[in-house]
Write a protein that binds this ligand. Structure first.
Ligand SMILES: *Cc1c(COP(=O)(O)O)cnc(C)c1O
Length: 381
């Protein structure tokens, strides 16, 4: 079988995430080209990928990181460097006291949050740029759980709640309305932002257009992204920020598992040593069926199996896949695109071991970054 990496999967301890420096670098080059062409700034959204052993490799290509709260902000500040931004739907006082020591940009989800914390920011003695997240009432995301603009959303200030009298000290506006989408969606979103918040855009130093830009995906229209960024920066004389998570580590990692058993109940199934619920929660949450190297759709190849995890959860099903030959215990299987929203989102439900983490170097050698054991489960409960 042909793999998009050099590591020998039978030499790896399963389950494990295998991340490729080469693949990360490929993504970084694309993001760097956007920065160079437009002068926009690009941050790593750590919620998608916070494997900090890879940060030194990524650092030369990006301006810094953004965080969803104190812990990610600390990680970005300590391990990545550059600019440290943070956005959270609401901050605790004790967290804000720490954030003002390390963040360069703090984005608030409401004017009440801004009023609550602005004195802490002012008294920090550091130069911190503050922004407000806005909801432009437009998103093309169809899955509500990932749509920050669905009816009743708590994320971002709606136009009717925008308090133009409270902008003293506010230097930027933040918009995040996309998920795995193309530059065409971004271009269609901008007029909605202008319609609802156009009067304030020119008063700002920066505008942050969030994540969800699938910039490193094959076929993504980088030219249209650059034209759209150019248009905004020229028209409003602002610094544009993008903060992709997924695009930074898209297709840069795999989840390697082994078959533990096979059986039949109407359909053939196989139990593997990785769990959808524990190790790839987006498979159940989104939901989606991850690509499996060498496997086809259900019925496409002679031997179809339903792959499921070793937990007691009946719905811990990864998906239906077909193979050239029957599966047997000990066979290794490789799921694709598992660097993002995986190791930063996994859990030890059922006492499941966390997958080890390997990094593949450009010379093809494999480094074990982290091995997890019983203590990692025990210390959490
Ligand atoms: C999730 C999120 C991101 C990153 O989104 P991706 O889809 O991974 O690119 C960036 N900014 C904010 C505010 C987010 O919530």
């Amino acid at each position: 079988m042909k793999f998009p990496f050099d590591s020998d999967i039978y030499s790896l301890h399963t389950p494990c995430y295998l991340v490729s420096e080469k693949a990360l670098k490929h993504n970084m080059e694309i993001l760097l080209s956007v920065r160079k062409r437009t002068g926009c700034k690009i941050l790593l959204a750590q919620k998608a990928f916070s494997m900090y052993s890879a940060y030194p490799l990524m650092r030369p290509y990006l301006d810094g990181t953004t965080a969803s709260g104190l812990y990610e902000a600390k990680l970005g500040h300590d391990e990545f460097g550059g600019e440290t931004h943070v956005f959270a739907p609401a901050y605790k006082h004790e967290d804000m006291a720490e954030l003002v020591k390390i963040c360069d940009d703090i984005i608030f989800n409401s004017f009440s949050q801004w009023r609550l914390h602005r004195d802490t920011v002012r008294k920090s003695g550091r130069r911190i740029s503050c922004g407000i997240r806005c909801n432009p009432l437009y998103s093309e995301i169809e899955t509500d759980i990932y749509n920050p603009c669905f009816t009743g959303s708590r994320l971002g200030v709606t136009p009717e709640n925008f308090e133009s009298g409270e902008l003293d000290g506010i230097e930027g506006l933040h918009f995040h309305t996309m998920c795995e989408q193309g530059a065409d969606v971004f271009a269609r979103t901008v007029p909605h932002i202008e319609k609802h918040f156009g009067g304030y855009l020119g008063q700002m130093k920066w505008l942050n257009f969030g994540g969800g830009h699938h910039i490193t995906k094959a076929g993504y229209d980088v030219d249209l992204l650059c034209r759209t960024v150019d248009y905004i920066q020229q028209k409003y004389a602002v610094q544009v920020y993008l903060e992709p998570g997924e695009a930074c580590a898209l297709n840069a990692g795999w989840l390697v598992t082994q078959v533990l058993d096979t059986g039949r109940n109407g359909t053939d199934f196989a139990i593997v040593d990785t769990s959808a619920a524990c190790h790839m929660p987006d498979v159940l949450e989104m939901p989606y069926r991850p690509e499996l190297i060498g496997a086809g759709e259900k019925g496409e190849k002679p031997h179809t199996y339903r792959l499921g995890g070793p937990t007691c959860l009946a719905g811990d099903i990864i998906g239906d896949y077909s193979f050239d030959a029957p599966l047997k215990a000990g066979d290794r299987l490789v799921f694709c695109d598992m660097a993002i929203y995986s190791m930063c989102k996994n859990n030890t439900f059922n006492g499941m071991p966390l997958p080890d983490i390997y990094l593949e170097k450009p010379d093809g050698s494999t480094e074990l970054v982290k091995h997890f054991g019983y203590e990692d489960f025990k210390q959490r409960v």
